[in-house]
Design a protein. Structure first.
Length: 206
């Protein structure tokens, strides 16, 4: 999960840190039953995204990726977002809405870990539009992510933070995240990586 460097949103990108939740699919009611400890200085609504929100969500994702200088491909982004919104076994998108405007979002994706004793989750993206930053929206999105994860039986919630972003590291530490003293390494998996496809192990999903 990454967000614009130097902004007031929750930042992330390099070192993996975790929080024990101690999250089946997130239930919409979880986002309205409990009042935040400190409300933003305006009426902001938070709710799970649905496929009906795709057209409103995509511009925010593109804005975020543009600020982060990530590769942009509107068609691919749209297809991947739609897949996530259709299948909540993969994860959940939480929206922040202010006066009809989509103000921000966070994307949580689910996994499974022997080390963390079962289901875990990852904060894949968190973004608040620049003109609405500094109002507690990003913090509240992260709180809701943790609450939803706990309700869904997740044992640990992970995120990434840039090595040089001491401000974000301090925020995450206060929130309960701990540095695992490890680097998160990534390898893209493409079909061209497989030398003998007919001999490769086939993973099946029910």
């Amino acid at each position: 999960m990454r967000s614009p460097t130097g902004s007031n949103t929750i930042d992330a990108s390099r070192t993996r840190v975790s929080i024990d939740s101690g999250v089946d699919a997130m239930k919409p009611g979880r986002y309205t039953q409990r009042q935040p400890r400190e409300l933003p200085a305006m009426a902001v609504q938070f709710r799970p995204a649905t496929t009906a929100d795709l057209d409103a969500l995509l511009p925010l994702v593109e804005e975020f990726h543009g600020l982060e200088k990530l590769p942009l491909d509107s068609q691919v982004d749209r297809e991947v977002l739609l897949q996530l919104l259709i299948d909540n076994r993969l994860g959940q998108v939480i929206l922040a809405v202010w006066e009809g405007e989509t103000a921000g979002y966070t994307i949580i994706t689910f996994g499974f870990s022997i080390e963390f004793r079962g289901r875990d989750a990852f904060v894949d993206e968190l973004f608040v539009r620049p003109h609405l930053q500094g109002r507690g929206i990003g913090t509240r999105l992260l709180e809701l992510a943790a609450e939803g994860c706990r309700a869904a039986g997740v044992k640990a919630l992970h995120l990434e933070v840039d090595h040089t972003n001491s401000r974000a590291q301090a925020l995450y530490t206060r929130f309960g995240f701990k540095d695992n003293q490890r680097y998160l390494l990534t390898r893209w998996i493409e079909s061209s990586d497989i030398e003998n496809p007919s001999e490769s192990l086939k993973f099946t999903q029910s």
